[in-house]
Design a binder for this molecule. Structure first.
Ligand SMILES: Cc1cc2nc3c(=O)[nH]c(=O)nc-3n(C[C@H](O)[C@H](O)[C@H](O)COP(=O)(O)OP(=O)(O)OC[C@H]3O[C@@H](n4cnc5c(N)ncnc54)[C@H](O)[C@@H]3O)c2cc1C
Length: 419
């Protein structure tokens, strides 16, 4: 979308193809998953965003094949779209590291549907805890495990703890929601492993103050319907847990593998496409791969992170490179300008790493609020989210606490319910 917008003054026709009709602001998905925001707050229709860009058209469709020699892409409905220059930015999805069967038990957070499914599971767990009389069953229902302590896992665990200790504290009669166990686990030896160690330590302290149990250097061996098996060192133990959420890894979109088949480009072990410094792929100067799907090292030889800022900068660069080529020029290689990383941990707590300046606590939280607000698409969304956040902050409520989808899937034995 950023590439398309950056081409608005170029003398060419841009076709934006997406299988969804909206742009999704993924950094705030966890707030939908935890009832703080509604899906429409963080998504904007592509047609609306581009309605004034006369040289751009939007096609709703799933790309299923590419023909680089013919310079065409094929959609699932067999529509063929021709191109002179192609930008591929289909992102990543969850990686269960060979255990895809875990996906049903431990949903990841990537789409609006994932977020509303996670919200359903969290809220149903509390509802089912109100119905049961069996203390062991109730404890399992009130045990929430978040696997993966990167920014998404930290944000989910922090929000879960707030729901249990704050949002729901007066809502149930059979139990105290504050008794819920929120467990955040990671195979690495600290939370936020991509952040400087002092910010990881601060994030851990903030999580613990919220009531999250942080367990690092722990491996998940098995996830079953009502329990999870964990390994710490040589010690293996089962934990009865009803709600398990996955925030542990990514796998490239299948279009990476498709590109590799059609052009013999190289993929890394999670399927990302190794790109040239100008984001093209070898032998195909007309094809650029950007965003989460691309693998490019920085000047220190470290892979650029899969974050929105990299994707947006690469989108704009790809657009400028195409315009430069129209004029017979070549741009210098893409260079990522790192503006900072941040993760929020809960009400008025966050960590932010701006290189030389590192913030934690309230200031970092204000910076987080500001950055996320300005990056939302559209004035209306910004205003609505600001009002929603202000309301949530003042009332300690999460207004979007709706259980949607099919409720028949209550994973509970009828005999354990009270009459
Ligand atoms: C829960 C979560 C939290 C995050 N938090 C942050 C954060 O705080 N800060 C930050 O900087 N980054 C964050 N990120 C990462 C950031 O969202 C990504 O780096 C960014 O969205 C990558 O952009 P992209 O364009 O490469 O891919 P995406 O944004 O994933 O877009 C890919 C698009 O391609 C479409 N698509 C996929 N396959 C096809 C196909 N075959 N045909 C047609 N369309 C297709 C999809 O519908 C989608 O619209 C977060 C990500 C997640 C999931």
């Amino acid at each position: 979308m950023f590439a398309t917008q950056a081409l608005r003054r170029a003398p060419l026709t841009v076709t934006l193809i997406d299988r969804r009709n909206f742009h999704l602001f993924q950094p705030l998905l966890y707030q939908v998953a935890t009832g703080g925001l509604s899906p429409a707050n963080i998504a904007a229709p592509l047609r609306n965003i581009l309605k004034r860009q006369q040289n751009a058209r939007v096609l709703l469709g799933e790309v299923v094949d590419l023909d680089p020699p013919a310079r065409t892409v094929r959609l699932a409905d067999q529509t063929t779209v021709e191109y002179d220059a192609l930008i591929v930015a289909t992102g990543v999805s969850h990686n269960y590291f060979g255990r895809d069967d875990w996906s049903a038990r431990a949903p990841g957070l990537k789409t609006i549907e994932d977020a509303t499914e996670i919200r359903r599971r969290i809220l149903l767990a509390f509802e089912n805890a109100e119905l049961t009389r069996d203390p062991a069953a109730r404890a399992a229902m009130l045990t929430f495990v978040v696997i993966g302590a990167g920014p998404t896992g930290v944000e989910l665990a922090g929000a879960l703890a707030e729901i249990a200790r704050d949002t729901l504290r007066h809502d149930f009669r059979a139990f105290d929601p504050a008794d819920a166990t929120i467990l955040l686990i990671d195979a690495a030896d600290r939370v936020l492993p991509g952040y400087p160690p002092d910010l990881s330590a601060k994030a851990k302290r903030s999580l613990q103050q919220l009531g999250v149990t942080v367990r690092t250097a722990v491996r998940v061996l098995e996830i079953q319907a009502d329990k999870i098996t964990l390994q710490t060192g040589e010690h293996v133990a089962d934990l009865a847990a009803h709600t398990v959420l996955w925030a542990a890894g990514v796998r490239a979109s299948p279009l990476g593998a498709l590109l590799a088949r059609r052009t013999a480009c190289t993929l890394d072990r999670v399927g990302r496409v190794l790109v040239n410094p100008d984001l093209t792929i070898p032998n195909h100067p007309e094809i650029r791969v950007i965003g989460d799907l691309a693998l490019l090292n920085d000047e220190h030889g470290r892979p650029l992170p899969g974050v929105a800022d990299v994707a947006m900068q690469q989108g704009r660069y790809a657009a400028r490179a195409i315009v430069a080529e129209l004029h017979g020029r070549t741009l210098p290689p893409f260079r990522y300008r790192h503006k900072g990383s941040m993760a929020t941990i809960g009400r008025a707590a966050a960590v932010a790493d701006f290189g030389r300046v590192r913030l934690s606590g309230y200031l970092a939280w204000l910076a987080w609020l500001f950055v996320h607000l300005i990056n939302l698409i559209g004035f209306q969304s910004r205003l609505l989210v600001l009002l929603q956040w202000a309301g949530n902050y003042i009332t300690h409520n999460r207004a979007a606490r709706l259980i949607t989808h099919d409720q028949s899937e209550r994973e509970m034995q009828p005999e354990s319910r009270s009459s």
